[in-house]
Design a protein around this ligand. Sequence first.
Ligand SMILES: Cc1cc2nc3c(=O)[nH]c(=O)nc-3n(C[C@H](O)[C@H](O)[C@H](O)COP(=O)(O)O)c2cc1C
Length: 183
Amino acid sequence: MDGSLKNKIIVLGVTGSIAAYKSADIVSHLKKLEAEVFVVMTREAREFITPMTLQTLSHNPVSSDLWEEGNGWQPGHIELADKADVLLIAPATANIISCFAHGLAPDLITSIYLATLAQVIIAPAMNSKMLFHPATKNNLKVLADRGNIIIDPDQGMLACGYEGKGKLSSIESILSIIKSCLS
Ligand SMILES: Cc1cc2nc3c(=O)[nH]c(=O)nc-3n(C[C@H](O)[C@H](O)[C@H](O)COP(=O)(O)O)c2cc1C
């Protein structure tokens, strides 16, 4: 794919969806485009993919804990929030979308979300009933109205056994949206 992301900093938030394994591919593609990638995971995301995988692919330490010491004097969430050119959440669970919509900040990713001025791109992935639940629909609308970019999930066979909408959007779409934001 054309277009370099050289000197661009992408903070990638990975949350507890079955699609979390796809974040490894996202990191790998971002690195091929020469982006600097910092991965932040929720506790639940670590049930689906290991920090070691994402650390190795991103060439940077992976953070999960709000209370981890940062590199300098600044709290880690502020440091990451400040240096991001883009905050990409992929995959984004119904839970994280709800936290963002309501301004809750109980963990590292949600705290970065509130503290950043970077463009936020959210790629939901979930069961279609969760996606079409009025609560989730409303939360996504709140985020879109706020200027966050929501990448519409794809239709297909879902891991839960249902056919429907809710698959994480393709890596090509995610990369192309990041590039157009940063161009
Ligand atoms: C096997 C399994 C798969 C799951 N997949 C999803 C999913 O694709 N999308 C989603 O919104 N929640 C999914 N969940 C539920 C979330 O893991 C749960 O809501 C969790 O609290 C999300 O935490 P987080 O948003 O902090 O990562 C799944 C749970 C399990 C056990």
